[in-house]
Design a protein around this ligand. Structure first.
Ligand SMILES: Nc1ncnc2c1ncn2[C@@H]1O[C@H](COP(=O)(O)OP(=O)(O)OP(=O)(O)O)[C@@H](O)[C@H]1O
Ligand SMILES: [Mg+2]
Length: 264
């Protein structure tokens, strides 16, 4: 569950979100919409803990999956493979790296001690479900369109788009109870996008998603938070609409007509 109370989000001295209060319950699927530059990414960064709130508070669970609009995989991680990186979503990477080191040691010096250490580590990996985890990680990456022959290369040689897919796979693999995704279908081809939609259909946790993909919004969400910030100089406010994205568009149009009539 994600609980937001009286939250303020400030960017460049402007309150792009002013005193927002909302709760995202398990199974809630929330679409966050608003014009370009309204402050959706800044709000999500605050929910994800990347940006300090200007006021109020965010209570998020310990296992929380956050995909930034422009995710970066740290320089220090460029040597690891996509498989290892995705497995790090559940801490299994540590075990994988351990047996990899022991395997290399065994190959360099195949004495009794090294063979035994490797064998024991490999057995442990099997017992904790490491191999099943590895095939699950590969399944997610394949679904997101990362070809199989790229999953064992160092991350450093992957393109920006490939890294983004690896990062998304890691977050989906993490199995968090709350997912916050900032434009997750950007840079995905049609097949990968359809795969992601199918994944989100089956996802049982809570979801907050920013997207311009109308089909995703209509299929994947049950509630809309509209970040209303009419101009660069104005503060932003969250307005909530129940229902699918299409229902939100109709309700919003009605609200705007009513406001226009009141202004006359
Ligand atoms: N690092 C920054 N420093 C100063 N201003 C910023 C910074 N990042 C974003 N902004 C400004 O803050 C406002 C909100 O930007 P944000 O990226 O949160 O909007 P958005 O709704 O996600 O937009 P988009 O739909 O284009 O992704 C914009 O006016 C933007 O120009
Ligand atoms: Mg954005």
């Amino acid at each position: 569950m994600l609980r937001v109370r009286d939250l303020g989000v400030e960017v460049g001295g402007r309150l792009v979100v002013e005193s927002a209060t909302f709760t995202v319950l398990p199974r809630d699927k929330v679409g966050l919409v608003g014009r370009n530059g309204a402050g959706k990414t800044s709000l999500l960064r605050t929910l994800g803990g990347e940006l300090e709130p200007a006021g109020g508070r965010v209570e998020r669970p310990a296992d929380f999956g956050y995909l930034p609009q422009d995710p970066r995989i740290g320089k220090d991680l460029e040597g690891r493979t996509p498989v290892t990186h995705v497995l790090s979503g559940r801490g299994i990477d540590v075990e994988l790296e351990r047996i990899e080191k022991l395997r290399i040691a065994m190959e360099e010096r195949p004495d009794e001690r090294n063979v035994e250490r490797y064998t024991r580590a490999e057995e442990h990996f099997r017992t904790i479900g490491g191999y099943a985890a590895e095939s699950e990680a590969r399944r997610l990456m394949a679904g997101l369109g990362l070809s199989d022959n790229r999953t064992e290369l160092p991350i450093g040689v992957l393109s920006g788009g490939e890294r983004r897919r690896v990062e998304l796979a890691r977050i989906l693999y993490g199995g968090s109870e709350v997912l916050c995704l900032d434009e997750p279908t950007n840079h995905l081809d049609v097949e990968a996008r359809d795969w992601l939609l199918e994944f989100l259909r089956g996802y049982r946790g809570a979801l907050v998603v920013v997207s311009h993909d109308l089909e995703l919004l209509d299929e994947a969400i049950t509630r809309v938070l509209h970040l209303d910030r009419p101009s660069e100089a104005a503060s932003g406010h969250l307005v909530e609409y129940r229902g699918t994205y299409s229902q939100y568009v109709a309700a919003r149009a009605e609200d705007e007509r009513r406001l226009a009539r009141q202004a006359m």
